[in-house]
Ligand binder design. Structure first.
Ligand code: HEC
Ligand code: HEC
Length: 251
Protein backbone atom coordinates (compact mmCIF):
# COMPACT_ATOMS: atom_id res chain seq x y z
CA UNK A 1 0.00 0.00 0.00
CA UNK A 2 1.33 3.42 -0.93
CA UNK A 3 1.00 6.57 1.14
CA UNK A 4 -1.41 8.19 -1.30
CA UNK A 5 -3.96 5.46 -0.84
CA UNK A 6 -3.72 5.97 2.90
CA UNK A 7 -4.57 9.66 2.69
CA UNK A 8 -7.89 10.39 4.34
CA UNK A 9 -10.52 11.99 2.06
CA UNK A 10 -10.51 15.06 4.37
CA UNK A 11 -6.82 15.66 3.70
CA UNK A 12 -7.29 15.41 -0.04
CA UNK A 13 -10.02 18.05 0.09
CA UNK A 14 -7.80 20.30 2.20
CA UNK A 15 -5.01 20.04 -0.35
CA UNK A 16 -7.36 20.83 -3.26
CA UNK A 17 -8.87 23.80 -1.41
CA UNK A 18 -5.36 25.01 -0.66
CA UNK A 19 -4.38 24.92 -4.31
CA UNK A 20 -7.55 26.78 -5.35
CA UNK A 21 -6.95 29.50 -2.73
CA UNK A 22 -3.38 29.90 -3.92
CA UNK A 23 -4.36 30.24 -7.59
CA UNK A 24 -7.11 32.76 -6.80
CA UNK A 25 -4.71 34.81 -4.68
CA UNK A 26 -2.12 34.82 -7.43
CA UNK A 27 -4.68 36.01 -10.02
CA UNK A 28 -5.92 38.70 -7.63
CA UNK A 29 -2.37 39.90 -7.04
CA UNK A 30 -1.62 40.11 -10.77
CA UNK A 31 -4.83 42.01 -11.42
CA UNK A 32 -4.02 44.42 -8.60
CA UNK A 33 -0.53 45.04 -9.93
CA UNK A 34 -1.89 45.69 -13.42
CA UNK A 35 -4.33 48.35 -12.21
CA UNK A 36 -2.32 49.83 -9.35
CA UNK A 37 -0.99 52.67 -11.51
CA UNK A 38 -4.44 54.15 -11.81
CA UNK A 39 -5.30 53.75 -8.17
CA UNK A 40 -2.11 55.51 -7.13
CA UNK A 41 -2.92 58.50 -9.32
CA UNK A 42 -6.36 59.00 -7.90
CA UNK A 43 -5.13 58.57 -4.35
CA UNK A 44 -2.13 60.85 -4.55
CA UNK A 45 -3.82 63.67 -6.42
CA UNK A 46 -5.82 64.57 -3.34
CA UNK A 47 -2.77 64.33 -1.06
CA UNK A 48 -0.79 66.46 -3.46
CA UNK A 49 -3.55 68.99 -3.63
CA UNK A 50 -3.40 69.21 0.16
CA UNK A 51 0.38 69.44 0.18
CA UNK A 52 0.20 72.18 -2.45
CA UNK A 53 -2.17 74.19 -0.31
CA UNK A 54 0.12 73.84 2.70
CA UNK A 55 3.12 75.08 0.72
CA UNK A 56 4.62 78.39 1.71
CA UNK A 57 3.57 81.31 -0.45
CA UNK A 58 6.02 82.04 -3.24
CA UNK A 59 7.17 78.45 -3.56
CA UNK A 60 6.29 78.25 -7.20
CA UNK A 61 6.38 75.20 -9.42
CA UNK A 62 7.92 75.34 -12.85
CA UNK A 63 5.45 74.61 -15.60
CA UNK A 64 7.90 73.74 -18.35
CA UNK A 65 10.95 72.20 -16.73
CA UNK A 66 13.90 71.11 -18.80
CA UNK A 67 15.69 67.84 -17.96
CA UNK A 68 17.91 68.24 -14.91
CA UNK A 69 15.80 71.15 -13.70
CA UNK A 70 12.58 69.46 -12.65
CA UNK A 71 11.12 70.36 -9.29
CA UNK A 72 10.75 67.84 -6.49
CA UNK A 73 7.07 67.52 -7.24
CA UNK A 74 7.71 66.81 -10.92
CA UNK A 75 10.36 64.20 -10.14
CA UNK A 76 8.09 62.60 -7.59
CA UNK A 77 5.23 62.36 -10.08
CA UNK A 78 7.51 61.02 -12.81
CA UNK A 79 9.55 58.48 -10.84
CA UNK A 80 9.20 58.09 -7.10
CA UNK A 81 5.42 57.80 -7.13
CA UNK A 82 5.60 54.30 -8.56
CA UNK A 83 6.70 53.00 -5.15
CA UNK A 84 6.20 55.82 -2.68
CA UNK A 85 2.67 56.57 -3.93
CA UNK A 86 1.37 53.36 -2.37
CA UNK A 87 4.20 52.28 -0.07
CA UNK A 88 5.20 49.49 -2.45
CA UNK A 89 7.98 47.14 -1.29
CA UNK A 90 7.99 48.70 2.16
CA UNK A 91 8.78 52.24 0.98
CA UNK A 92 7.56 55.08 3.21
CA UNK A 93 4.27 56.20 1.68
CA UNK A 94 3.81 59.75 0.39
CA UNK A 95 2.03 61.94 2.94
CA UNK A 96 2.22 59.32 5.71
CA UNK A 97 3.87 61.20 8.59
CA UNK A 98 4.14 58.11 10.80
CA UNK A 99 5.91 56.16 8.06
CA UNK A 100 8.27 59.04 7.30
CA UNK A 101 9.19 60.06 10.86
CA UNK A 102 11.95 57.45 11.40
CA UNK A 103 13.41 58.24 7.97
CA UNK A 104 13.28 62.02 8.50
CA UNK A 105 15.09 61.53 11.81
CA UNK A 106 18.18 60.42 9.86
CA UNK A 107 18.58 63.95 8.53
CA UNK A 108 18.48 65.38 5.03
CA UNK A 109 22.08 64.51 4.12
CA UNK A 110 21.62 60.80 4.89
CA UNK A 111 18.30 60.62 3.08
CA UNK A 112 19.81 62.25 0.02
CA UNK A 113 22.77 59.88 0.17
CA UNK A 114 20.45 56.88 0.34
CA UNK A 115 18.22 58.23 -2.43
CA UNK A 116 21.25 58.86 -4.67
CA UNK A 117 23.07 55.59 -4.06
CA UNK A 118 20.33 53.21 -2.99
CA UNK A 119 19.35 51.73 0.36
CA UNK A 120 17.92 48.22 0.88
CA UNK A 121 14.99 47.91 -1.57
CA UNK A 122 15.29 51.60 -2.49
CA UNK A 123 17.15 51.68 -5.85
CA UNK A 124 19.76 54.38 -6.58
CA UNK A 125 17.94 57.49 -7.88
CA UNK A 126 14.71 55.51 -7.71
CA UNK A 127 15.98 53.49 -10.69
CA UNK A 128 16.21 56.55 -12.97
CA UNK A 129 19.92 57.26 -13.53
CA UNK A 130 18.99 60.16 -15.86
CA UNK A 131 17.90 62.26 -12.87
CA UNK A 132 20.39 64.92 -11.83
CA UNK A 133 21.60 64.83 -8.22
CA UNK A 134 19.74 68.05 -7.55
CA UNK A 135 16.52 66.65 -8.91
CA UNK A 136 16.83 63.72 -6.50
CA UNK A 137 17.52 66.14 -3.64
CA UNK A 138 14.44 68.15 -4.53
CA UNK A 139 12.33 65.01 -4.67
CA UNK A 140 13.65 63.89 -1.27
CA UNK A 141 12.80 67.29 0.23
CA UNK A 142 9.39 67.30 -1.46
CA UNK A 143 8.46 63.82 -0.24
CA UNK A 144 9.90 64.22 3.25
CA UNK A 145 8.18 67.59 3.68
CA UNK A 146 4.87 66.03 2.70
CA UNK A 147 5.60 63.54 5.49
CA UNK A 148 6.19 66.24 8.09
CA UNK A 149 9.80 67.36 7.55
CA UNK A 150 10.85 70.99 7.10
CA UNK A 151 13.71 70.61 4.63
CA UNK A 152 14.55 73.34 2.15
CA UNK A 153 13.99 72.07 -1.38
CA UNK A 154 16.99 73.26 -3.42
CA UNK A 155 15.44 75.65 -5.93
CA UNK A 156 15.15 74.44 -9.50
CA UNK A 157 16.60 76.75 -12.10
CA UNK A 158 13.67 78.49 -13.71
CA UNK A 159 11.44 77.63 -10.77
CA UNK A 160 10.76 81.32 -10.33
CA UNK A 161 9.13 81.36 -13.73
CA UNK A 162 10.65 84.80 -14.29
CA UNK A 163 11.95 86.09 -17.60
CA UNK A 164 14.88 84.40 -19.26
CA UNK A 165 16.53 81.04 -19.79
CA UNK A 166 18.86 78.94 -17.67
CA UNK A 167 21.36 81.70 -16.88
CA UNK A 168 18.71 84.04 -15.57
CA UNK A 169 17.52 81.23 -13.33
CA UNK A 170 20.70 81.37 -11.26
CA UNK A 171 20.37 85.13 -11.02
CA UNK A 172 21.70 86.08 -7.58
CA UNK A 173 18.73 88.40 -7.14
CA UNK A 174 16.32 85.51 -7.66
CA UNK A 175 17.88 82.17 -6.71
CA UNK A 176 20.54 83.74 -4.49
CA UNK A 177 18.04 85.82 -2.58
CA UNK A 178 15.77 82.84 -2.05
CA UNK A 179 18.62 80.79 -0.55
CA UNK A 180 19.84 83.72 1.53
CA UNK A 181 16.36 84.31 2.93
CA UNK A 182 15.95 80.67 3.93
CA UNK A 183 19.49 79.71 5.05
CA UNK A 184 22.19 82.38 5.26
CA UNK A 185 20.01 84.98 6.95
CA UNK A 186 20.24 83.04 10.22
CA UNK A 187 23.79 84.28 10.73
CA UNK A 188 24.49 86.91 8.11
CA UNK A 189 21.55 89.21 8.83
CA UNK A 190 22.57 89.78 12.44
CA UNK A 191 26.29 89.02 12.25
CA UNK A 192 25.81 86.05 14.59
CA UNK A 193 28.95 84.08 15.49
CA UNK A 194 31.11 86.74 13.84
CA UNK A 195 29.56 86.39 10.40
CA UNK A 196 30.11 89.41 8.13
CA UNK A 197 26.77 91.19 8.12
CA UNK A 198 24.65 91.52 4.99
CA UNK A 199 25.17 95.01 3.49
CA UNK A 200 28.10 95.87 5.80
CA UNK A 201 30.70 97.17 3.33
CA UNK A 202 33.47 97.53 5.95
CA UNK A 203 33.06 93.94 7.13
CA UNK A 204 33.10 92.55 3.60
CA UNK A 205 35.82 94.65 1.97
CA UNK A 206 38.85 92.70 3.33
CA UNK A 207 37.18 89.37 2.54
CA UNK A 208 36.45 90.34 -1.07
CA UNK A 209 40.04 91.26 -1.88
CA UNK A 210 41.04 87.82 -3.22
CA UNK A 211 38.11 87.95 -5.66
CA UNK A 212 34.69 86.30 -5.81
CA UNK A 213 35.98 82.89 -6.95
CA UNK A 214 38.21 82.60 -3.90
CA UNK A 215 35.42 83.77 -1.56
CA UNK A 216 33.06 81.17 -3.00
CA UNK A 217 35.74 78.51 -2.57
CA UNK A 218 36.37 79.41 1.07
CA UNK A 219 32.66 79.59 1.89
CA UNK A 220 31.99 76.26 0.13
CA UNK A 221 34.58 74.56 2.35
CA UNK A 222 33.53 76.41 5.48
CA UNK A 223 35.55 78.74 7.67
CA UNK A 224 35.59 78.64 11.49
CA UNK A 225 31.94 79.15 12.57
CA UNK A 226 30.81 79.31 8.93
CA UNK A 227 29.64 75.75 8.10
CA UNK A 228 30.47 74.30 4.65
CA UNK A 229 28.12 76.03 2.19
CA UNK A 230 26.53 77.70 5.21
CA UNK A 231 24.66 74.43 5.75
CA UNK A 232 22.93 74.79 2.38
CA UNK A 233 22.21 71.43 0.74
CA UNK A 234 21.72 72.46 -2.89
CA UNK A 235 24.17 72.65 -5.79
CA UNK A 236 27.42 74.61 -5.88
CA UNK A 237 26.00 76.90 -8.59
CA UNK A 238 23.05 77.77 -6.38
CA UNK A 239 25.31 78.38 -3.40
CA UNK A 240 27.45 80.67 -5.54
CA UNK A 241 24.34 82.67 -6.44
CA UNK A 242 23.70 83.14 -2.71
CA UNK A 243 27.27 84.36 -2.14
CA UNK A 244 26.94 86.74 -5.08
CA UNK A 245 23.66 88.06 -3.75
CA UNK A 246 25.27 88.83 -0.41
CA UNK A 247 28.44 90.23 -1.93
CA UNK A 248 26.56 92.45 -4.41
CA UNK A 249 24.68 94.03 -1.52
CA UNK A 250 27.88 94.58 0.44
CA UNK A 251 30.33 96.31 -1.88
C1 HEC B 1 11.24 50.62 -6.87
C2 HEC B 1 10.61 51.27 -5.76
C3 HEC B 1 11.09 52.66 -5.37
C4 HEC B 1 11.21 53.79 -6.15
C5 HEC B 1 10.86 53.95 -7.62
C6 HEC B 1 11.66 54.85 -5.27
N1 HEC B 1 11.83 54.37 -4.00
FE1 HEC B 1 12.52 55.42 -2.38
N2 HEC B 1 12.33 53.77 -1.22
C7 HEC B 1 11.91 52.53 -1.64
C8 HEC B 1 11.92 51.60 -0.53
C9 HEC B 1 11.51 50.15 -0.56
C10 HEC B 1 12.37 52.34 0.60
C11 HEC B 1 12.56 51.86 2.04
C12 HEC B 1 13.99 51.43 2.22
C13 HEC B 1 14.24 51.05 3.68
O1 HEC B 1 13.96 51.88 4.56
O2 HEC B 1 14.72 49.95 3.90
C14 HEC B 1 12.62 53.68 0.13
C15 HEC B 1 13.11 54.71 0.93
C16 HEC B 1 13.38 55.98 0.50
C17 HEC B 1 13.92 57.03 1.32
C18 HEC B 1 14.28 56.91 2.80
C19 HEC B 1 15.71 56.41 2.91
C20 HEC B 1 16.17 56.26 4.34
O3 HEC B 1 17.39 56.27 4.57
O4 HEC B 1 15.36 56.14 5.26
C21 HEC B 1 14.05 58.14 0.54
C22 HEC B 1 14.59 59.49 0.96
C23 HEC B 1 13.59 57.78 -0.78
N3 HEC B 1 13.19 56.46 -0.77
C24 HEC B 1 13.56 58.64 -1.87
C25 HEC B 1 13.14 58.29 -3.15
C26 HEC B 1 13.13 59.21 -4.24
C27 HEC B 1 13.57 60.66 -4.18
C28 HEC B 1 12.63 58.52 -5.32
C29 HEC B 1 12.41 59.05 -6.72
C30 HEC B 1 13.53 59.69 -7.37
C31 HEC B 1 12.37 57.17 -4.88
N4 HEC B 1 12.67 57.08 -3.55
C32 HEC B 1 11.87 56.14 -5.69
C33 HEC B 1 11.51 52.19 -2.92
C34 HEC B 1 11.49 53.05 -4.01
C1 HEC C 1 25.69 79.22 11.29
C2 HEC C 1 25.96 80.58 10.88
C3 HEC C 1 26.15 80.81 9.38
C4 HEC C 1 25.33 80.50 8.34
C5 HEC C 1 23.97 79.80 8.40
C6 HEC C 1 25.96 81.00 7.15
N1 HEC C 1 27.15 81.58 7.45
FE1 HEC C 1 28.48 82.40 6.15
N2 HEC C 1 29.73 82.87 7.67
C7 HEC C 1 29.48 82.62 9.01
C8 HEC C 1 30.61 83.09 9.81
C9 HEC C 1 30.74 83.02 11.31
C10 HEC C 1 31.54 83.63 8.89
C11 HEC C 1 32.90 84.24 9.22
C12 HEC C 1 33.90 83.13 9.39
C13 HEC C 1 35.24 83.67 9.80
O1 HEC C 1 35.80 84.55 9.07
O2 HEC C 1 35.76 83.20 10.79
C14 HEC C 1 30.95 83.49 7.56
C15 HEC C 1 31.57 83.88 6.37
C16 HEC C 1 31.00 83.77 5.12
C17 HEC C 1 31.63 84.23 3.89
C18 HEC C 1 32.98 84.88 3.77
C19 HEC C 1 34.05 83.88 3.52
C20 HEC C 1 35.41 84.57 3.41
O3 HEC C 1 36.09 84.34 2.42
O4 HEC C 1 35.77 85.31 4.33
C21 HEC C 1 30.76 83.97 2.86
C22 HEC C 1 30.97 84.29 1.41
C23 HEC C 1 29.60 83.34 3.46
N3 HEC C 1 29.78 83.23 4.81
C24 HEC C 1 28.50 82.94 2.73
C25 HEC C 1 27.40 82.30 3.29
C26 HEC C 1 26.27 81.90 2.52
C27 HEC C 1 26.11 82.10 1.03
C28 HEC C 1 25.40 81.32 3.40
C29 HEC C 1 24.05 80.70 3.10
C30 HEC C 1 23.99 79.71 2.07
C31 HEC C 1 25.99 81.36 4.71
N4 HEC C 1 27.20 81.97 4.60
C32 HEC C 1 25.41 80.87 5.86
C33 HEC C 1 28.37 82.00 9.54
C34 HEC C 1 27.31 81.50 8.82
Amino acid sequence: MSNENNMAPGTVIKVIVGIIVFVVAAIWLLAKLATSGYEVDAQVMTKEAIAARLKPVGDSVASDASPGQRTGEQVFKAVCISCHGTGLAGSPKFGDAAAWAPHIAKGFETLVDHALHGFNAMPAKGGSPDLSDDEVKRAVAYMANAGGAKFTEPPAAGAEGAAGGASAALDPQVVGKKIFDSVCTACHSTGAAGAPKFGDKAAWAPRLKPGIDEVVKIATKGLNAMPPKGGYTGSDAEFRAAVEYMVNASK
